[in-house]
Each structure stands twice: as C-alpha cells, then as structure tokens.
Design a protein. Sequence first.
Length: 83
Amino acid sequence: MSQTGTVDPRDAEPVPDGTSLMAYLHVLKKAHGALVGHVNAQQRFRQIVTRAHARQYIEELMPQLLHEREKRRQHRRRRATGR
C-alpha cells in the first residue's frame, strides 16, 4: 500500500482468482459486511477489477475496520473492569 504516488506497472492487471490477494479481499468484504450490511459490502466489492482497485479498497477499508476493532476492544475492557 504505497502512499508515495508512484504508479506500479501491475496496477492495471486484473486480480486473479485463487490468489492470496483475492482471499484477503474476501476477508475484508466479510468484515465490511458486518459494519455496513452484506448488500452494501458486496456492491463495493464488485467494483474491484484491477490490482489498483484492490489497493484502493484496502486503503479505504482498513482505517474503518481498525477503528471498529479498537472500539470493540475498549468495550470489552470496560465490561471486564465493570465500568
């Protein structure tokens, strides 16, 4: 996930089925579905055609998913301590 603005020559390549990248994208889609609903997550996921789309999807979702994970951790901590 490069933020440098350089263009990777593979960006225009399609995301092949059966790769670890595709598996990772499916995991993200599942987590995204838990947040926004599976229909919305599926609609967004269908937009991924190229490796550049995959990178954009990851960069878009990771902050949301990490934020949600932290919220859930804090909630569990509060429950565990009785606050």
